[in-house]
Write a protein that binds this ligand. Structure first.
Ligand SMILES: [Zn+2]
Length: 309
């Protein structure tokens, strides 16, 4: 469609003209690493053009959190100025919210100081800016941190989220059975528990959903990958109100841009593929992913933003 080609020019680094689906409704990217993108402000501009009106960005306390904490106001100013001058009329920059925590890869660096800093930051930052804790969990595929350190970091952050009344974004790789046990043992936050970048099949999805009504399943690029049919199959067992979409950018760009740098605008491709798999209109699924994100992150006014305490 030539009109779309004009609207969405080449993305930096892609070397291709990127064509994104028009979903017909705004939607959300619930998991991005803006601090790892080459040009966060530019990515926010392109996200706004793709009608991504909410972006949740992960801030790892052991990996230069100041890149986001100090950089975000500038990214927003730059994006807002660029979007005010849009040829088709001014657009608003996406609402950016933060998810703070320590990735399982960095679990060996999670200690009492980190835990204190996490608690203090979640409370000190402007009300509503921090919408959850994460990403936390277990990664037994890479084992970048010893497994006992991962278990400890996972449990302590999960307990903290329960304490603060915040939802969690959970990263599990080659560790779904144990992850399920830990969630059951420590307790799934009532505020929400997002199983991020879901790569498993219907059986695993069902087991996580059964843990608590607050569990949600989030889909990244793998939902578009040709060989990941089990991921699409899992959609059949997940109620629409428990589905989220994310990019995990800059990682995991969806088909047909697999291997390119990913960014929030690309979540449209994941949402389109979810809708196609469900046999539902893209507009309906985009709106559901948006509503679900607003609900789990406390942005719909139904629970005090930033946690209860
Ligand atoms: Zn991530």
């Amino acid at each position: 469609m030539p009109e779309e080609r004009e609207r969405v020019p080449s993305f930096p680094g892609s070397g291709k003209t990127v064509v994104l689906p028009d979903l017909g409704a705004p939607t959300a990217d619930t998991h991005a690493h803006l601090d790892m993108l080459a040009d966060p402000a530019g990515a926010l501009v392109r996200a706004a053009r793709a009608r991504i009106t909410l972006v949740c960005s992960i801030v790892d306390l052991t990996e230069e959190p100041e890149v986001t904490l100090d950089g975000l106001p500038g990214w927003m100013r730059t994006a807002t100025a660029a979007l005010a001058a849009e040829p088709g009329g001014p657009l608003a920059a996406p609402d950016v919210r933060l998810i703070l925590g320590v990735h399982p890869h960095n679990a060996s660096r999670f200690d009492a100081d980190t835990e204190r800093a996490l608690r203090a930051l979640a409370r000190r930052l402007p009300t509503g800016l921090v919408v959850g804790l994460g990403e936390l969990g277990l990664d037994f595929h890479y084992d970048h941190s010893p497994r006992d350190a991962q278990r400890d970091s996972f449990r302590r952050q999960l307990a903290l989220a329960n304490d603060l009344g915040l939802p969690v974004t959970v990263h599990l790789r080659a560790a779904h059975d144990e992850g399920l046990e830990v969630l059951r043992d420590v307790g799934v936050p009532d505020a929400g528990c997002i199983i991020h970048c879901f790569t498993e099949g219907p059986e695993t999805a069902t087991r996580f959903l059964a843990l608590s009504p607050s569990v949600m399943i989030s889909f990244a690029g793998p939902v578009t990958f040709a060989k990941a049919q089990q991921v699409r199959d899992s959609l059949a067992v997940i109620p629409l109100e428990r589905i989220l979409a994310e990019t995990d950018s800059p990682f995991l760009a969806p088909a047909p841009y697999r291997g390119e740098p990913n960014e929030p605008a690309f979540v449209t491709l994941n949402v389109a593929r979810i809708a196609e798999t469900l046999g539902q209109p893209a507009e309906l699924v985009a709106a559901a992913c948006m509503d679900n994100a607003r609900r789990v992150f406390g942005l719909d006014g139904r629970r005090p933003v930033g946690g209860a305490s």
